[in-house]
Design a protein around this ligand. Sequence first.
Ligand SMILES: [Fe+2]
Length: 223
Amino acid sequence: MEHKRVLERNGFLHVWHGHEDDPPSWELCPPCPARRCGPRRVGRRGGHHPQEVMENVADYRHLGTLHRLAVRQVTPPTPEGPYLRSTAGRIPVFGGLSWEKSTLMAGLGWTLTQLELPRFGMAVHLWGLPTPTGPWRTVLRVAAAREVTDPGRVTGLNLPAARAALTRAVARSTLRMTARVILQDVPIWNHKRYEPRPRLAAGDQSVGIYRHWARQFYPPGAN
Ligand SMILES: [Fe+2]
């Protein structure tokens, strides 16, 4: 089944980056019900490839080493055709509070991470949108959206406007923090060498699953 080459969704314009004789056989990305907070742009002159940028999301073990973010309770990602879903992960914030993290990737140019704070009845959605601009040149944009998942739990705030203001502030600060975290990755992306058949260490299963899943987006024998 042929799908749209251009898709407007959540205020973004997604364009199929493939040969005109090879239209996408899947929907470029699923919708997100949350309200968008706004994009940020990082790594303007990055010398890297969209697959490498997306691999950063699958490689959860580097979060502790490079970003000092300890992710717990991670399960390996699950391929669903052109989508790759990670359903579990927990990032401690402070005082026993944790973001509950899940991620969905669609192809090599779209990823949506959902961070939930169940105790506060809110979620922040983070898009990572690497756009190829030339050979080994990628511009990465990140954007955030907010969602009240349980109105009765947003810190006891009964006024919808107050709940909206709080979730907006949390989403904006999460977006700023994400942009700072990604800037720690950029020098590595710019200097690392792509290893087509890496020797993965124990615990790097998610990277192996990601690499295997990513092969479907290249002609046979190209990756
Ligand atoms: Fe990273």
